[in-house]
Design a protein around this ligand. Structure first.
Ligand code: NDP
Length: 316
């Protein structure tokens, strides 16, 4: 297998990875960044980002990520396509396998692999994958112009996706399992005041039906209660927005995780249990999960990497 040595390897191309690359580049660490499956990370699947400081009018998610990438490249970060398929820290430098075909030895590794969309786990999601089931409204919403869709979830993502889809579709059902929304107040108001969105509180989607792709959803109201009721609603598209699973599996056992898979770090630092291996962004953050907090932790990880390399005498 082809081998290459790098001082600072960054895995992931969301706000955490790119910010780590900006800082590591400016510290002359010659960072190499592997983008992972989703170039630009989760923000490339969102529409308008209105809460990233510095953009008073908001900015489109993909545009923000493109700007961060260019900024990192300006300071010499080496951007590459590829996915980490194996990780071994038995001895330093650490071995990181890319796409099962290339091994990088790295003095420091910054894990910024983010998180992936969760599914409900009902069989029909697989059956109708690509035929009416999606976990990304901005990717697939276009196909549902003037059609009826359902979004599952009650958080900010679900509300954002419902509002986005309401701009395209004729009707949007928001399926929420609790009697309230978890989303921020501003997003709740947008959803509740939108004439095309109907919120179905205390509802669970338990299956889908249709001969040619999704034609409807099986719903249960007040699941498990004495007054539980079941009925079907005709829809053309079914969008999941029920949270995310951190992309940490390949890095175990060299990092510890919580029961969901979020990487555990030392206090407020990005240090993992393996010296020289740092975790930044959503892969290590079950609490905030914002672009700005991810960017901040990427910055911390790059500063930690520089200190580690300096203490080990690996940089001048
Ligand atoms: P959240 O974890 O905040 O919300 C997930 C939602 O899905 C909850 O309503 C949850 O219900 C529901 N859910 C989870 N599992 C199931 C299930 N099996 N069946 C039915 N419903 C389910 O995830 P989000 O992706 O919405 O947000 C993640 C973070 O990112 C949050 O901190 C959010 O604020 C932030 N965010 C910010 C944005 C912005 O500021 N522009 C945009 C998008 C996200 P329950 O409440 O019952 O647990």
């Amino acid at each position: 297998m082809e081998k290459e040595h790098v001082k600072c390897l960054i895995v992931g191309s969301g706000p955490a990875g790119y910010t780590a690359a900006i800082y590591a580049g400016r510290a002359n660490l010659n960072p190499v960044l592997y983008a992972g499956l989703q170039l630009g990370g989760q923000l490339t699947t969102t529409t308008e980002v209105e809460n990233f400081p510095g953009y008073p009018q908001g900015i489109a998610g993909p545009e923000l990520m493109e700007d961060l990438r260019k900024q990192a490249e300006r300071f010499g970060a080496d951007m590459r396509y590829g996915v980490v398929t194996a990780f071994n820290c038995a001895q330093a430098p650490y071995e990181v396998t890319i796409d099962e075909e290339k091994v990088i030895t790295a003095d420091t590794v910054i894990i910024a692999t983010g998180a992936a969309a969760k599914y409900l786990g009902v069989e029909d999601e697989k059956k109708y994958a690509g035929m009416g089931v999606s976990a990304c409204a901005t990717c697939d919403g276009f196909f549902y112009r003037k059609k009826v869709v359902a979004v599952v979830g009650g958080g900010d993502t679900a509300c954002e996706e419902a509002v986005y889809l309401a701009g395209l579709a004729s009707k949007v059902y928001l399926i929420v399992r609790k009697p309230y929304l978890r989303a921020s107040k501003i997003m709740q108001e947008r959803v509740l005041n939108h004439e095309k969105i109907e919120v179905l509180f205390e509802h669970n989607a338990v299956g889908l039906y249709g001969d040619n792709g999704v034609e409807g959803v099986h719903l249960v109201k007040r699941l498990g209660e004495a007054d539980e009721s079941r009925y079907d609603v005709a829809i053309d598209g079914f969008f999941l927005a029920i949270g995310h699973k951190p992309n940490s599996d390949v890095f175990k056992p060299w990092v510890d995780t919580d029961e969901i898979g979020y990487i555990l770090t030392e206090g407020a630092t990005p240090r993992t249990k393996t010296p020289g291996v740092f975790a930044a962004g959503d892969v290590a953050d079950p609490h905030y999960r914002q672009a700005i907090t991810a960017a901040a932790s990427g910055c911390k990880a790059a500063i930690e990497a520089e200190r580690y390399l300096s203490e080990k005498g690996l940089i001048g």
